[in-house]
Ligand binder design. Structure first.
Ligand code: HEM
Length: 494
């Protein structure tokens, strides 16, 4: 009450003082006409406004947003689209030579920014929340069960929940150790098959690696659901549909590039995506249903659970707002992410490692020597041997460097304008990180195109030209350690 009264008084005092001043001025300049005073006041106000406006503009100018990155000109409407080859990462690497480590290009009505230097990538990582969202193309939106998976879920509570489930529940050491026997069995069987049926004959190694990895990943996902012939059939159906979805997600879609044309679905892609998605959904739903029926009254010990069972148990919490409970669509999204993200990437990397070793007999000999020394001729390689197989690890990392399975990672989409380097990346742009270009950058690596598992000769150099082992892993890290797990390492869940 006291405060209200005094503030009222203050207002009154202020206004009466002003009135008095005005009155006194009039008295002192009795010869001035009232009209002249008004004009004078008006001129003063205008002058003050002009100065204030000028100061504001000047201030704005100094704080003006950084410009957009440089970039090639394209054609009206379609932008740079007709000038890109089918290998996007190679075209982007070529463009970086002309426009530098950060540049923009318009494809249709969409703005793309391509980044290809480790220091700029570090800046993107420093703004990890702004860049946490992925660009959801029409295909990705559908295949990810409406952005209910890990890769395309918008940043927020659900984003955190899905990553937490994936890293802590599914990919924890305990869980991976529990499925060790499963992986061992698949590897043994595959090697035995080659030994018995293929000795002395040609072997399609890519196909061999793909079958081995997809059988292993699928049995880790829902191992106990389908066995024998039925299991084989299911696996081959899933492989077909997963491959189709990957192709459809990778195809440039006019509807995404020129949204005003989306309703016409000019390439018929959206229709095809829906067909593939329905098949995918049918398969995954039937696996879940079957497990639910089996699961009733048939509880499995924690150790023996496959990933599907872990997800279903989280789903059974029922309270979807709870910290770790997940919906049916989220279960499907995680399963499909693991199926699509885990098979082709791994088998392609294995195939490239083998191809490089076959092309480099010296390196192959060193791998053999190390295997002989660490394991011996009469034992099989086991997962627990891996930390001692340093040369093999270096060879695999070289394959990661030269032949990254996802050369442009998964494109990001900033949720607000952000300055990277000297440039602004506007909200909603699609941001590619060109790992392929960095992995082959002659400013970072000696003889970057050579396969050099002998690290002491092949290390990248830091900004002072010193060779730097740490830099090697920081550049190849996104391909070796997934974003989700590094986020957890940095304490993102606490
Ligand atoms: C050699 C094997 C693999 C390679 C080269 C690889 C590569 C990648 C890359 C480059 C990304 C994108 C990272 C980014 O944009 O920040 C990624 C994301 C992802 N990968 Fe892999 N991956 C491999 C194996 C796997 C496996 C075995 C699984 C699951 C079973 C998996 C599941 C995922 C998931 C769920 C994401 C999305 C993570 C996120 O959004 O943060 N990947 N992977």
């Amino acid at each position: 009450m006291v405060i209200a009264t005094s503030s009222f008084n203050f207002t009154c005092i202020a206004s009466s003082t002003a009135n008095l001043t005005w009155l006194r001025m009039e008295e002192a300049n009795g010869d001035l006409q009232q009209g002249e005073l008004v004009v004078e006041a008006f001129v003063t106000i205008i002058a003050v406004s002009i100065v204030a406006f000028w100061l504001m503009k000047k201030g704005n100018k100094t704080r003006q947003a950084a410009p957009l990155p440089p970039g090639p000109r394209g054609l009206p409407v379609i932008g740079y689209l007709p000038f890109l080859g089918i290998h996007l990462h190679k075209s982007f690497t070529q463009l970086a030579r002309d426009y530098g480590p950060i540049y923009k290009l318009w494809l249709g009505h969409k703005l793309y920014v391509v980044i290809s230097s480790p220091s700029l990538v570090k800046q993107v990582r420093d703004h990890d929340v702004t860049f946490a969202d992925r660009y959801p193309s029409t295909a990705s939106k559908i295949i990810s069960f409406g952005r209910n998976d890990i890769a395309f879920c918008p940043y927020g509570a659900e984003w955190r929940k899905l990553r937490k489930v994936f890293v802590r529940e599914l990919m924890s050491s305990a869980r991976l150790n529990a499925s060790y026997v499963l992986r061992k069995r698949h590897v043994e069987k595959a090697i035995k098959d080659v030994y018995q049926k293929k000795t002395g004959k040609a072997l399609d190694f890519g196909q061999f690696a793909f079958m081995l990895i997809s059988n292993t990943v699928l049995s880790m996902l829902w191992g106990s659901t389908a066995h024998g012939e039925q299991g084989e059939m299911l696996s081959s159906q899933i492989r077909g549909v997963a491959e189709e979805s990957m192709v459809l997600q990778g195809a440039p879609n006019i509807s995404d590039l020129i949204p005003s044309l989306a309703r016409f679905d000019l390439q018929g892609l959206e229709r095809k995506i829906h067909v593939t998605f329905r098949r995918l959904d049918q398969i995954v739903s039937s696996i879940i249903e079957e497990r639910r029926k089996l699961g009733e009254g048939n509880s499995v010990g924690e150790e023996a659970k496959d990933l599907l069972q872990v997800l279903l148990d989280l789903n059974n919490h029922g309270d979807y707002a709870a910290e770790s409970s997940i919906t049916d669509n989220q279960i499907k999204g995680i399963l499909v992410d693991s199926m699509i993200g885990g098979t082709d990437t791994t088998s392609t990397t294995i195939e490239w490692t083998m191809a490089e070793l076959m092309q480099h007999p010296d390196a192959m000999q060193k791998v053999h020597k190390e295997l002989d020394e660490v394991i011996g001729r009469s034992n099989a390689v086991e997962e627990f041997h891996l930390p001692r197989l340093h040369y093999l690890e270096a060879a695999i990392k070289e394959a990661f460097r030269l032949h990254p399975a996802l050369p442009l990672l998964v494109p990001r989409c900033p949720t607000e304008d952000c300055q990277i380097g000297r440039y602004t990346i506007p909200k909603g742009a699609t941001v590619f990180i060109n790992a392929y270009a960095m992995h082959r950058d002659p400013q970072l690596w000696d003889s970057p195109l050579e396969f050099r598992p002998d690290w002491e000769k092949g290390l990248p150099r830091d900004s002072h030209g010193r060779e730097d082992a740490q830099l090697h892993s920081s550049i190849t890290a996104p391909l070796i350690r997934m974003e989700a797990s590094s986020w957890v390492d940095r304490g993102g869940f606490d």
